[in-house]
Design a protein around this ligand. Structure first.
Ligand SMILES: NC(=O)c1ccc[n+]([C@@H]2O[C@H](COP(=O)([O-])OP(=O)(O)OC[C@H]3O[C@@H](n4cnc5c(N)ncnc54)[C@H](O)[C@@H]3O)[C@@H](O)[C@H]2O)c1
Length: 385
């Protein structure tokens, strides 16, 4: 039996869920899992071109057969349109995964992080506040630990020294959501994800880039001369953690003390958790595992640490275990095996030489009527299904 099979029949105590970033890597997997559990899922995504839009559309195509799935191609930084979505429907739980992700790109295009991660996030907060949302769950990141070196990274540590604008934007989300919990009683939980990987993963991330380069006999870039560690977390483990957290809005912590403020808890209905594998892997070991799975050696180009990057991540997940009885359990070998199988199949490496880019798939998504005005091309809310 598929080890995840039993999870699908577990009853969930929420029905209507809004997922932003639904065409993204984590948003796609979360949407699928919730739809399989019988939830009604409304997905939002602006399908931006930060990476291959074809991959985002292909993920959406996997969701459209579900009757309880609706999708709106909109930008969370568009306050007016976001307001309309929340006026037209009530959501029990909102999961905000839409964001400009990636540490390195924040040095190139800082404005994208402000638009999606700051302006967009405030719109989410306002919509949740006025829309009587029972629980807002949002993606934070291990990058908030920034210059910290005390391991494992704990939510109870101070995280006031970010080393990228991406990290600062995620930390800002944690602070802004706390304010809304304090002022308006909005229940919110921030999840610091640690290097998520797996099938349908992001083309800008190491596993994808390494796998593609090795298969195409191109060199891979090994930063900090390989002296790096990451707490790689398999996508199914992340999804299991998110689904459990969604069902239990945080309670105020009666022991919280303003004289000695614990950054990880609050007197307000606000909580932060790490979701990581709790088992960091050396970068060179990670590469060796990919090589073994592909049966090919990588040509390695050793480079210095990139600005904005951190040398190591390692998640303390005691709070997640204590509150939800859950900890990730997928070994890196298993996760890489599943990723490589998906990658080869999706991009056709198994059967033929891929196209020059190697990364294009035909799409046949079709437009349907705008949910606001029922016209097929009103230009306000184009919908893909
Ligand atoms: N994947 C990881 O390892 C990881 C680690 C830490 C945190 N996170 C966070 O988890 C969340 C999901 O990450 P992911 O890996 O699935 O990334 P992703 O880029 O695949 O998904 C994000 C999705 O959001 C959409 N989006 C971006 N800006 C938007 C906007 N303004 N309006 C509407 N949609 C918008 C994108 O088109 C994309 O489909 C992000 O918030 C990310 O910062 C991811």
């Amino acid at each position: 039996m598929n080890p995840n099979e039993h999870r699908k029949s577990e009853p969930l105590n929420y029905n209507t869920v809004l997922i932003t970033g639904a065409a993204g890597f984590i948003g796609y997997h979360l949407s699928k899992r919730l739809l399989e559990n019988g939830c009604s899922v409304t997905g939002i995504d602006n399908l931006n071109s930060y990476y291959d839009v074809g991959l985002k559309k292909a993920r959406l195509e996997m969701l459209t057969p579900f009757e309880n799935f609706s999708f709106f191609k909109i930008d969370i930084s568009d306050k007016e349109v976001m307001g309309k979505i929340f006026k037209s429907s009530h959501f029990d739980v909102v999961v905000n995964l839409a964001a400009q992700a990636g540490v390195r790109y924040s040095l190139v295009n800082p404005q994208a992080y402000i638009d999606a991660n700051i302006v967009g996030f405030v719109n989410i907060l306002e919509c949740c506040r006025h829309g009587d949302v029972e629980h807002l769950v949002f993606a934070s990141s291990s990058s908030v630990y920034g210059a910290n070196t005390k391991m494992p990274f704990s939510v109870h540590h101070n995280v006031d020294h970010p080393v990228s604008l991406y990290a600062a934007s995620k930390k800002a989300n944690e602070l802004m959501s706390h304010t809304y919990s304090h002022l308006f009683g909005l229940s919110s939980t921030g999840l610091r994800f640690f290097t998520v990987y797996g099938p349908w993963g992001r083309p800008d991330m190491a596993l994808f880039l390494f796998t593609k380069a090795i298969l195409e006999k191109n060199p891979i870039k090994v930063f900090n001369h390989g002296r790096m560690q990451r707490d790689f977390t398999y996508i199914d483990d992340i999804i299991e953690g998110v689904v459990r957290v969604m069902g239990r809005p945080p309670e105020p912590d009666p022991t919280w003390n303003g004289d000695d403020p614990d950054p990880g808890t609050s007197y307000a209905k606000h909580k932060i958790y790490n979701i990581g594998n709790n088992n960091p892997v050396e970068l060179m070991e990670f590469i060796a595992t990919i090589e073994k799975e592909l049966g090919k050696k990588a040509e390695k180009e050793f480079l210095d640490l990139q600005p904005g990057d951190v040398v190591a991540t390692y998640a303390d997940i005691d709070d997640l275990k204590k509150d939800f009885g859950f900890s990730p359990r997928t070994p890196i070998e298993t996760g890489i095996k599943r990723f490589v199988a998906w990658f080869k199949e999706y991009y056709g490496y198994e059967f033929s030489t891929p196209s020059s880019s190697g990364l294009e798939k035909p799409q046949n998504l079709h437009h349907v009527n705008c949910f606001m005005c029922s016209k097929s091309s009103c230009g306000i809310l184009p919908i893909f299904i």
